[in-house]
Design a protein around this ligand. Structure first.
Ligand code: ADP
Ligand code: MG
Length: 705
């Protein structure tokens, strides 16, 4: 059978309707899709390790037969442990699979198999070596099967019950019968410049590499074939961003007047302090964008507390002075309310009409706001995602500001933009993103960075204390409160959940609030703030704390973003090991906002997991948001880092923006170059024809500014 890249997988040998459905669940419909399902690891099955040479700590691949198997059950919710013993001519090796009940009946004594994993000392039997949860593959009766033995073998992530072994055969078959080389999306000039193999060759290579390629190179995705495929993916992605960028530039936007004396005076009027040089520079960049007849699409990055808000309000001032409306979208009601209050304060002298739109408003109030928005009377509207809902509309929306961007999905951003005619867009993020990832996620945005803190800040001191030392911690807090300071105490959960075993042992905001007020700080005024309180209650608690009428605010992560009370200088975070690194940094950003010295106390036991230790130690070691973002990214990987919603739109098959920084930069340069160069017009046309709809769908989503 002749196969081309367009052949549907359901016509491949070994694939029936059921398997085709499994493939479809991973977006694999055609051979072209299938060939992009790359092995995540390679195993050398030419030279196996011998069981006798295994030492603890090493990683080994063993070829042997099943010598024994069985199952042991444990109570305390640990599930079953499956035992397997494998034998080769030099000895036997014990393997244990936790939660391995499903493995029962899968192995026959004497059956040939390969296991791969890390060897450890068996804690129960000194001197004995075992493998925990190794990867394994049962071998077919036909031991000479060329796909699974005697070569470097590709290991694929199973798709439900489509095991690595089955996938390998299907892909092998497809490659064997591949009639024509798949279209090469990369321009020939690029291939030559970087010495990249042709697409077809690269695909064959990454699935079934020749035996003389160093395993390391393959496993690190660093072979020329891997690099070419990674580059291709990043290049096409960047090209779509570049295209989108061009498209935006073609559409006429609003050209705001920024130089008129009236505008300058309005800008001066709102400044409550002398802006930092970084703030001035960034405002100049924004003002230049606003002045241009094309729409602004700019990402404003700055660490927590660097003073992004005032810059956003200055941008709004320009827009409002030009007779347009501006909107600011915040991710939480608390933050929206806070922005609303500070905007009203800042704009008081200018006499702008500032409105708040959140779902917690009374129906009548809301109606009023919506009417004033539609009538164009509402000049600055602050809100949550309520701004996105159907009835919200503007007459002359000139600027959309999105705060704490990474909490909004790209589609939400797009919806807000569509409420105006080509409005300018300013996206603000307090989680500084390393440049490479900014390029990936917001490749069609210009980036401004506030890389300087307002003057007079004393760096925050961060300490890690064990729960046993809490009494001392509370003594310290009490001393600071007596000096007139205020404190946050943060808990990971609102209340204990009986249904969730993992949360049962966690202290909760509600319980600890009562306990702290009653037994620890009876003479202090303690308040409570969490996400399940009504909007009014939340507002009330925040406002009382802001006024200084509360000395301690017990809270959950709802205070993570934006809350700004300069007199609060103490933060205690209990169960600090439970929080992500960026989250801890955001939380800590609530203090250190005034001239007084601030202290952050992370409460966590000494014996935490390796990752948790690294998070806590990073927090203690640095206040630099960029360093923290890099560490967080490294610890969690880009998918987790951005939350699943963003990850879906990142959706690379092969590339990993973190690992492949250097190729990403290269791809970006080449993609933008191609669009700049009119002589490459033909090349470009050809290229876009090769972009299949799947790619295009993904890029559209990923590149919404
Ligand atoms: P973020 O970048 O985290 O949004 P904010 O805009 O909330 O930071 O600013 C943090 C605090 O610093 C606010 O209280 C703000 O009024 C103050 N601030 C901002 N810029 C300056 C400045 N140039 N000089 C003095 N204080 C400033
Ligand atoms: Mg902010």
């Amino acid at each position: 059978m002749n196969v081309t890249s367009a052949t549907e997988v359901k016509y491949l040998k070994g694939v029936g309707p059921q398997r085709a459905a499994l493939f479809a669940s991973r977006g694999i419909y055609t051979v072209a899709d299938l060939l992009l399902y790359l092995p995540f690891r390679y195993e050398d099955r030419i030279r196996f390790n011998r069981i006798e040479e295994i030492a603890p700590g090493g990683t080994y691949t063993i070829h042997g037969t099943v010598a024994d198997e069985g199952i042991a059950r444990f109570s305390r919710g640990r599930g079953a442990i499956f035992h397997l013993v494998i034998r080769d001519s030099t000895g036997t090796l014990a393997c244990r699979f936790f939660h391995g009940g499903y493995l029962q009946g899968r192995f026959r004594i004497g059956q040939a198999m390969v296991v791969h994993g890390k060897a450890d000392l068996d804690p129960r039997r000194p001197g004995r070596i075992e493998m925990i949860n190794p990867q394994y593959e049962l071998l077919g009766a036909d031991a000479a099967d060329s796909t699974e033995m005697g070569r470097i073998v590709p290991i694929y992530e199973a798709i439900d019950n489509l095991s690595s072994r089955v996938l390998r055969r299907i892909i092998y078959g497809a490659l064997q019968n591949l009639f024509a080389a798949p279209l090469d999306a990369l321009p020939a000039s690029l291939l030559a410049r970087y010495d990249f193999p042709a697409r077809g060759d690269a695909l064959r290579f990454v699935h079934f590499p020749p035996s003389d390629v160093p395993l390391e190179l393959l496993n690190q995705f660093r072979s020329p074939a891997h690099r070419r495929l990674i580059f291709e993916e990043l290049f096409l992605y960047q090209l779509s961003l570049a295209l989108r960028r061009k498209e935006v530039e073609r559409h006429p936007g609003i050209s705001f007047r920024v130089r008129e004396p009236r505008v300058r005076e309005a800008l001066k009027r709102i400044l409550p302090f002398k802006p930092t040089d970084a703030q001035k520079r960034v405002l100049a960049e924004i003002a230049a964008d606003l002045e241009k007849p094309t729409s602004m699409h700019r990402l404003l990055q700055g660490d927590v507390g660097s003073g992004k808000t005032i810059v956003a309000l200055e941008a709004a001032t320009i827009v409002i002075e030009n007779g347009y409306q501006a909107a600011l979208m915040a991710p939480t009601e608390i933050l929206a309310v806070q922005h609303f209050l500070s905007a009203r304060r800042v704009f008081a002298a200018s006499g702008y009409n500032v409105e708040l739109l959140i779902s917690g408003l009374k129906a009548q109030q809301k109606q009023g706001v919506l009417e004033r928005m539609r009538a164009g009377e509402a000049q600055f509207v602050v809100g949550t995602h309520a701004l996105l809902e159907e009835p919200a509309g503007f007459t002359r929306l000139g600027l959309v500001i999105v705060d704490e961007q990474h909490r909004f999905g790209v589609l939400q951003r797009k919806r807000l933009m569509e409420k105006g005619v080509a409005p300018d867009v300013l996206v603000m993020t307090a989680t500084p993103i390393p440049r490479t990832l900014a390029l990936t996620l917001y490749g069609d945005l210009d980036v401004s960075v506030i890389d300087q803190m307002p003057p007079g800040r004393t760096p925050i001191e961060t300490r890690w204390s064990a729960p046993e030392h809490l009494p001392g911690v509370w003594d310290f807090v009490a001393r600071e409160l007596r000096k007139g300071r205020q404190a946050y105490v943060v808990y990971p959960v609102i209340e204990q959940s009986k249904s969730n075993e993992a949360q049962l042992s966690l202290k909760s905001a509600i319980v600890e609030y009562e306990r702290l007020q009653k037994s620890v700080f009876p003479r202090m005024r303690v308040g409570l703030l969490h996400g399940r309180m009504k909007s009014e209650e939340k507002e009330q608690a925040m406002e009382t704390f802001r006024r200084g009428d509360l000395q301690i605010l017990v809270s959950t992560t709802v205070i993570e973003v934006g809350v700004d009370v300069p007199n609060a200088t103490i933060m205690v975070i209990e169960h600090a090991e439970r929080f992500g690194l960026s989250q801890l940094h955001q939380l800590r950003g609530r203090i250190g906002r005034g001239a007084e010295k601030s202290t952050c106390l992370l409460i966590a036991p000494q014996n935490v997991s390796e990752d948790a230790r690294e998070r806590l130690e990073t927090m203690v070691a640095t206040n630099d948001g960029f360093v923290i973002a890099e560490a967080d990214l490294r610890l969690r990987g880009p998918g987790e880092f951005f939350g699943t919603r963003q990850h879906g739109s990142l959706g690379f098959h092969i590339a990993n923006p973190l690992r492949d920084r250097e190729l990403l930069e290269l791809a970006r340069r080449e993609a933008f170059l191609l669009l700049e160069n009119p002589e490459e017009e033909q090349e470009r046309l050809r290229l876009f024809q090769t972009l299949d709809p799947g790619w295009q769908r993904r890029y559209q989503l990923a590149s919404v500014g």
